[in-house]
Design a protein around this ligand. Structure first.
Ligand SMILES: N[C@@H](CCC(=O)N[C@@H](CS)C(=O)NCC(=O)O)C(=O)O
Length: 193
C-alpha cells in the first residue's frame, strides 16, 4: 500500500498513526501540500479532489478522505468498537471532527503557519468555532476517559490529529485540563512523540 501525504497535515498524520499502530506495511509518498503538490496532474489523476491524504492499495484502487481511510485500515481491529451503537458513536465524532473541529482549528493553523496571517487577524467567527469545538471536547472528557468506550478508537485519533496543534494558531489549552490529559493518554496509547 502507498500512503500519499504530507507530515505537516493532521489529516495525513491520522492515516500514519493508524497504519503504524496496527503495524501495517506501507510506502509513504511525500506530497508537498503548500507547494501545490496535491494538485499536480499525476496526483489529480489519482484523487481529483486535489487533496491528501489518499492511499493506493495493491490492485491500484485509490481511497481518499482521512477518516474513510482510517476506517478501512482499522477494519476488524480494536480501534473500531464491536458494538454497533458504539461504532456509530465513533462515527458521530468522526463526522463532527470534519465539520466542526478540523474546519476551524486546521484552517486557523494553516492561515497562521503557512499563509503568514497574524493570530490577531484571524476571523473571530473562526476562532469562536474552534473554541466551541474545544469546549465540547473538554466537557465530554470531564465524564469520559476516551471519546467512545473504554479504550482508544479512531474517534480519539481523528480528534488528536489537530488538537495537538491547537495552540499554534492561538487556541488556549490552559483551562482545558481534560483535553490536555486525554492528549497525553492518546499519545501514549499510539506511541507517538
Ligand atoms: N476532508 C479531507 C481534507 C483533506 C485536506 O484538506 N487536505 C489538505 C491537506 S490537510 C490538502 O491536501 N490540501 C491541498 C490543496 O488544497 O491544495 C480529509 O480528511 O482527508
Amino acid at each position: 500500500m502507498k500512503i500519499y501525504g504530507d507530515l505537516i497535515s493532521g489529516n495525513c498524520l491520522k492515516v500514519k498513526y493508524v497504519a503504524d499502530y496496527l503495524g501495517l506495511e506501507y510506502q509513504w509518498v511525500p506530497v508537498d501540500v503548500v507547494g501545490g503538490g496535491a494538485r499536480m496532474p499525476q496526483m489529480l489523476s489519482k484523487n481529483p479532489a486535489g487533496q491528501v491524504p489518499f492511499i493506493e492499495v495493491a490492485d491500484g484502487r485509490v481511497l481518499a478522505q482521512s477518516n474513510a481511510i482510517m476506517r478501512y485500515l482499522a477494519a476488524g481491529s480494536t480501534l473500531i468498537p464491536g458494538d454497533p451503537f458504539d461504532q456509530a458513536k465513533m462515527d458521530q465524532w468522526l463526522f463532527w471532527e470534519q465539520y466542526s473541529h478540523e474546519t476551524a482549528i486546521a484552517v486557523a493553523r494553516f492561515r497562521v503557519l503557512y499563509l503568514g496571517q497574524a493570530i490577531e487577524d484571524l476571523d473571530p467567527a473562526l476562532v469562536a468555532k474552534g473554541n466551541a469545538a474545544l469546549d465540547i471536547m473538554e466537557n465530554h472528557l470531564a465524564e469520559n476517559v476516551w471519546f467512545v468506550g473504554g479504550s482508544v478508537t479512531l474517534a480519539d485519533i481523528a480528534l488528536y490529529a489537530y488538537t495537538q496543534f491547537a495552540e499554534q494558531p492561538g487556541f488556549s489549552l490552559e483551562r482545558r485540563a481534560n483535553v490536555v490529559c486525554w492528549m497525553e493518554k492518546t499519545k501514549i496509547a499510539l506511541s507517538v512523540t
